[in-house]
Design a protein around this ligand. Sequence first.
Ligand code: ARG
Length: 456
Amino acid sequence: MWGGRFAEGPSSVMREINASIPFDKRMWRQDIAGSKAHVAMLGKQGIVDAADAATISAGLDAVAADYERDGVPEDLALEDIHMLTEARLAEKIGPVAGRLHTARSRNDQVATDFRLWVRDATDQVLAALAALQDALLARADEHAGSVMPGFTHLQSAQPVTLGHHLMAYFEMIARDVSRFADARARGNRCPLGSAALAGTGFPLDREATAAALGFDGPTRNSLDAVSDRDFALDYLMAAAQCALHLSRLAEEFVIWASQPFGFVKLSDQWSTGSSIMPQKRNPDAAELVRGHSGRIVGCLTSLMITMKGLPLAYSKDMQDDKPPVFEAHDLLALSIAAMTGMVESAQFRTDRMRGLAESGFATATDLADWLVREGGIPFREAHHITGRAVAAAEAKNVRLDQLELADLQAIDQRIDERVFGVLTVDASVASRISFGGTAPVRVREAIAAARAARGV
Ligand code: ARG
């Protein structure tokens, strides 16, 4: 009744919705590598004549050289990178190309390609995170003794050192490194040979293809192998958590670079100007790292929702697995590089940090602790006495260590002149010697331990 006018429409839309070549062409290197490993094994096993296998392998090299030189053509009619490469191969070597797909399905092929791609991406991220860790360690070392206000609720809490603060981010990144390494190890199994879903009757050597592609071994269940995208989700989960850490560090830079704080001057390379306000130095890169983290979390959500509820084994929904992983990877790689650059080049204004640490009564806890230690006063009472000392300093508009002994003794007789030994910010940070504490001596130990653990 109405089909006539849509006769061409649905088929072109079908072609468009079905095609993954616009994005999966990004896996062409992995696709060629997988095919070469497969055909070498077919030749060795006598499943394909050895001469034909050699012809196919050389043909794949020639197709790869074309892609390298001219890029991968987006031919929607050929659907995906697997069909495109096979078609190109046939153009080069003729009908013998048809032997490549023996004992293989696009289902185990794409699962293999994608695992290889995610593994390469993971290695790139691990290298980038190592550079960020180096930058954090170097700046922490430089500022192991630089005093800054430590915050809770973004209110001045107790003095800490900038080195300690930067090392907190080192710890987060170290956990990210371990998550990515873990994901890599778990995902390093080869699906090739699982075929469409049930395995194959051909006498394959799955150990050989797995080894040739650098996998730790073949996957153990063919149904699971073609339907599993945990390796991609593991990557995205690690990426999402890493992005959260980068976003928090980026937020610190946004706050620190603001005029009221003035803790950091971003280098020209990492600032942007305003087209209307000439005085502006905007921390756009930090803001974009903060923004990108939301998109990366979105990529994780996207793939989780794609996979949820799919029955075994392969369903075409799974073709949508790649765009979120590619997008997350590009955003994460940029974010890590941007934060590394900002950490490396930031000019920390330690004078401002110290000034603010001294002005916020940040050593109040030190006074209370002193009353407990030297006066034997219960902490709750010491807390109350200290509160009155803070009020007195506030009324006189001076720091705690600038109060007269008489002012303090008017509050509590048990205070003597030794108290001035604990009221400066330097004394305060130096006293925090518990393991993991902010004392410069502990921070330097933490840096040395981190370097030793990483072998740098
Ligand atoms: N382009 C497809 C994908 O990315 C390849 C697998 C196609 N398999 C199939 N049975 N249609 O998922």
